[in-house]
Design a protein around this ligand. Structure first.
Ligand SMILES: Cc1cc2nc3c(=O)[nH]c(=O)nc-3n(C[C@H](O)[C@H](O)[C@H](O)COP(=O)(O)OP(=O)(O)OC[C@H]3O[C@@H](n4cnc5c(N)ncnc54)[C@H](O)[C@@H]3O)c2cc1C
Length: 392
C-alpha cells in the first residue's frame, strides 16, 4: 500500500495551491494527489474567457507535477477510513495518509432529464467539447443567467455562434446585481446578438430531426442544436459525509481549515468557513479563494497554520464589461450605486444596517483592497458618505 505524509483529494486550483505550499513549508515530505480528472491541475477561468479570445491552451496548466507532487489521475476516491488513515479509490487501491486534504470542489447541478445533448460546463473536457461544437456554427440554448451562463453565452457569441438564453429571473446576474443593472445586461447582451428570454425556464427536452427542441415554462418551443446548462454547482461532500465529518453547505472547517479532525482538512469550493470581517460562515466558489485558501491549508497541514481570515474577491467578464467584487453581493440588501457612467463604470455598495457587506467594482479596477477595508469598518455609513468613497 502506498502512503504519503500529505495526501490531497482533488485536482483543481485549490489542490495545486495546497501542494505547492506544503512543498515550500516541508520540502522533505512526500505529497500525493488523487484526481478524478484525467488531466493535471489547470486554471478553470480561461475555459469561459481567454481561450475563446485566442489565448493559448498551454497557458492553463498549473505544472503541479513539476513541483515534486505525485499525481494519480483519472481515479475517484470512494471512501475514507479516518481510523486507519487510508482512502480507497475506484480501482480498489488503498492509500495511506498522515494529513489528508479534501479539495473536491463541486459538480454542476443537473437537470432531471437524461440527455446526452446537454453540456454541463465545468472542466477542460467540457470546454473541448463545446469549442468543437462552436466551430460548427450551431444554435445554442444556454440555461441560466448566472456566472457560468452569462460567460458561456458571451464566449459562444464571440466566436459567431447563435445563442438564446433561458433565464427564469427578470434579468441577468439577478442573484448578484441590483435589478436595474440586471435588466440593463439583458439589453446589453441583446446588442451583442444574444437573445435573452427572461422569466422563462426549461420545462422539457425532446429530439426532432437532429435538433433539440427545448420546451420552456411559458409553453414556447425552441429548436436548437446544443443545450448548455449553467445552473450552479453542488459541493462534493459525499466523502466527508461518509467519513462522519460535519457537512452544512460544504464541509465545515475551523479557522485552521481542519474538518473536525487534526489530520483531515478541507478547502476551496467545497469548504464552509467562518469569515471574521462579515461575521458569518460562507462557502465561496471563486478563484481567489481557491488559490489563497489552498495555500493556507497547505501551510496548516505542514504545521505552519494561521487563522484563515481572508475575504476573497471574485471577478467576471461580460463581453467588454467586467467587474471585481468582494463580500456579500445580495441584491436584497440596500444598494447604493455610485456611477461614473450609468451601468458602464461605477461602484455599488451593498449595505445592511449601516454597514457595508459587499462592494461591486463595475469596470473599476485596483480597488479590491480598499473595498475589503471598507467592509471591515464598523460604520455606520449613509449613502451620501459612501458615494465617492471608492474612486469609480
Ligand atoms: C468555466 C469556469 C470559469 C470560472 N471563472 C471564474 C472567474 O472568472 N473568476 C472566479 O473568481 N472564479 C471563476 N471560476 C471558479 C473557480 O474556477 C473555482 O472556484 C475553482 O476552480 C475551485 O477550485 P477547487 O479546486 O476548489 O475545486 P474544483 O475546481 O471543482 O476541483 C475539484 C477537483 O476534485 C476532483 N474530485 C472531486 N471528487 C473527487 C473524488 N472523490 N476523488 C478524486 N477527485 C475528486 C475533481 O475532479 C476536480 O479535479 C470559474 C469556474 C469555471 C468552471
Amino acid at each position: 500500500m502506498s502512503s504519503y505524509p500529505y495526501l490531497i483529494l482533488g485536482g483543481g486550483m485549490t489542490a495545486d495551491a495546497a501542494a505547492r505550499a506544503i512543498r515550500e513549508a516541508d520540502p522533505g515530505g512526500a505529497v500525493g494527489l488523487i484526481s478524478a480528472e484525467p488531466h493535471p491541475p489547470y486554471a478553470r477561468p480561461p475555459l469561459s474567457k481567454g481561450l475563446w479570445k485566442g489565448d493559448p491552451e498551454a497557458g492553463i496548466w498549473r505544472g503541479t507535477e513539476t513541483a515534486g507532487v505525485e499525481l494519480r489521475l483519472g481515479r475517484r476516491v470512494t471512501a475514507i477510513d479516518p481510523k486507519a488513515r487510508t482512502v480507497t479509490d475506484d480501482r480498489g487501491d488503498r492509500i495511506g495518509y498522515g494529513k489528508l486534504l479534501l479539495a473536491t470542489g463541486g459538480t454542476p447541478r443537473r437537470l432531471p432529464l437524461d440527455s446526452g445533448q446537454i453540456i454541463y460546463f465545468r472542466t477542460y473536457d467540457d470546454y473541448r467539447r463545446l469549442r468543437a461544437l462552436a466551430n460548427e456554427r450551431l444554435r445554442f440554448a444556454v440555461l441560466g443567467g448566472g456566472f457560468i451562463g452569462t460567460e458561456v453565452a458571451a464566449a459562444l457569441r464571440s466566436v459567431g455562434s447563435e445563442v438564446v438564453m433561458l433565464v427564469p429571473e427578470a434579468g441577468l446576474g439577478a442573484r448578484v446585481f441590483p435589478a436595474d443593472l440586471s435588466r440593463f445586461l439583458v439589453d446589453y447582451y441583446g446588442e451583442q446578438g444574444v437573445e435573452t428570454r427572461t422569466g422563462e425556464g426549461l420545462a422539457g427536452l425532446t429530439s426532432r430531426g437532429g435538433k433539440v427542441v427545448v420546451k420552456t415554462t411559458t409553453g414556447a418551443e425552441l429548436s436548437v442544436d446544443v443545450v448548455v446548462a449553467g445552473l450552479g454547482i453542488l459541493p462534493n461532500v459525499e466523502l466527508a459525509e461518509q467519513a462522519g465529518l460535519a457537512v452544512n453547505n460544504g464541509i465545515v472547517v475551523d479557522d485552521l481549515l481542519r474538518a473536525g479532525s487534526p489530520e483531515i482538512f478541507a478547502a476551496g469550493d467545497v469548504a464552509n468557513f467562518f469569515n471574521p470581517a462579515l461575521g458569518t460562515r460562507m462557502r465561496v466558489e471563486h478563484e481567489d479563494n481557491a488559490n489563497t485558501m489552498g495555500a493556507a491549508v497547505g501551510r496548516a497541514m505542514a504545521g505552519q497554520g494561521a487563522p484563515y481570515t481572508h475575504l476573497p474577491f471574485f471577478y467576471s467578464d461580460l463581453f467588454a464589461l467586467g467587474y471585481e467584487a468582494v463580500g456579500e453581493l445580495d441584491p436584497r440588501l440596500e444598494t447604493v450605486a455610485d456611477w461614473k457612467e450609468p451601468f458602464r463604470e461605477g461602484v455599488i455598495y451593498y449595505v445592511k444596517e449601516g454597514r457595508v457587506r459587499g462592494v461591486l467594482l463595475w469596470n473599476t479596477w485596483g480597488q479590491v483592497d480598499a473595498a475589503r477595508a471598507l467592509i471591515a469598518e464598523p460604520g455606520p455609513f449613509t449613502p451620501e458618505v459612501l458615494r465617492g468613497r471608492l474612486p469609480a
